[in-house]
Design a protein around this ligand. Structure first.
Ligand SMILES: [Zn+2]
Length: 385
């Protein structure tokens, strides 16, 4: 999906977070009313959710149940990947279909940090990573980046700014790891080659490229002084390669979608927020195509909406997180097969136009009470009846 660094930067810039959040209590009735405005029939709508398996995602599911009058079909796998092979059974279970797909990220209002969530049911109510699945995926990349930050060193030799690079990072025959984008860092010689000025025992020093010299204009080094590049190693200066299982929805599906954007994820102010954002974008771009092609959805009304769930840790005394939804994009298909994509500003607009009141909202407590008061059905094992 990403072909260049500028594509990734543009996509990230295009996903507005601030000023684009809706509380779930407000989002779901508006979504229901939007479905009504598209002609979806009350009592015949079936929602599905492609959420992470994290228990923090339960509250949105409860609100979806309340407003749509049914528990949502499970359309997701860990890390909020859409299980597209479930399109068929999902289509059989409802007349008018709604897919709600969202990656999630925790938020701690006390520290203002993203990527962390208070587990109130843990022994000491400690904070852990959220999304934990994404945290595991990005950890290895963060370690490789930390190594490169310390082992690409700026030095002044014979009056010129040089970049001294660890030999491990220069080995081009690796299949995995962090690779430096050498033309951004190192000046080519007259033959267009990257020729070291000095070869040390475990590293090589090259004259810095004109663009790096320009970026570090203010940066004064004494002759012989050496400083690790640190945060000056910016996303366009490196990339990652990884041997991943490329099977769609296979073992490495999520990592595969993130790997080309990983330099931006791990250098972002909130890496797990950026990772969740990209996961949502990559998954929508992939999954809406499978929905548009799925034979089961032909002749049916379908709304596939994607976004980001921001889980605000419950405070003492609260049972649920205060989850916010940031819409990203939606795909709408009518019974005649007309297809529309709504980009984020359009999607926000149509949701804001809807009423936050839902006259069809279900009273879950009385529905559950009614079930307990209904006479018990005798479940028989006699196949001849
Ligand atoms: Zn998760």
């Amino acid at each position: 999906m990403f072909s260049s660094a500028s594509n990734i930067e543009e996509l990230l810039r295009g996903f507005r977070i601030e000023g684009a959040m809706l509380r779930y209590n407000d989002f779901v009735p508006r979504l229901y009313n939007y479905c009504r405005s598209l002609g979806f029939e009350p009592g015949k709508m079936l929602p599905s959710r492609a959420f992470c398996s994290d228990e923090s995602q339960g509250f949105p599911s409860i609100l979806i149940s309340k407003h749509f009058g049914t528990f949502p079909f499970n359309h997701g796998r860990g890390g909020a990947i859409v299980a597209t092979q479930r399109h068929g059974p999902f289509a059989e279970h409802g007349q008018d279909l709604v897919i709600i797909q969202a990656s999630h990220v925790g938020y701690d209002p006390e520290s203002g940090r993203f990527g962390t969530y208070r587990r109130i049911h843990a022994e000491n109510a400690e904070h852990t990573s959220s999304c934990g699945k994404l945290a595991v995926v990005i950890r290895r990349y963060e370690q490789e980046y930390a190594f490169a930050q310390n082992n690409v060193v700026l030095e002044r030799c014979e009056g010129a700014l040089c970049v001294c690079i660890d030999n491990g990072l220069l080995r081009g025959n690796r299949t995995e790891g962090l690779f430096l984008n050498l033309p951004r860092l190192v000046e080519r010689d007259a033959d267009g080659e990257f020729t070291p000025r000095h070869a040390y025992s475990t590293s090589k020093s090259f004259p810095a490229s004109a663009s790096l010299r320009r970026q570090l204009m203010e940066f004064q080094l004494e002759e012989g002084q050496r400083i690790p590049i640190g945060t000056r190693l910016t996303p366009k200066m490196f990339f990652f390669r990884r041997d991943l299982d490329e099977t769609p929805e296979g073992r490495d599906h999520q990592e595969l979608g993130l790997v080309s954007a990983m330099p931006w994820v791990i250098t972002a102010p909130h890496p797990l927020l950026t990772a969740a954002q990209i996961n949502t974008q990559v998954e929508f771009d992939r999954a809406f195509r499978t929905a548009a092609q799925a034979p089961g959805f032909r002749g049916k009304r379908l709304l596939h909406i994607s976004g980001l769930n921001i889980d605000i840790s419950p405070q003492p005394g609260e049972a649920f997180p205060m989850t916010h939804f940031v819409p990203w994009a939606a795909y709408v298909q009518d019974r005649d097969g007309r297809q529309t994509i709504l980009e984020q500003p359009d999607l926000l607009r149509v949701l804001e136009q809807q009423s936050p009141e839902n006259p069809d909202e279900m009273d879950l407590e009385s529905a559950i009470r009614a079930m307990s008061e209904t006479a018990m059905v005798r479940v028989g094992l006699d196949a001849s009846r």
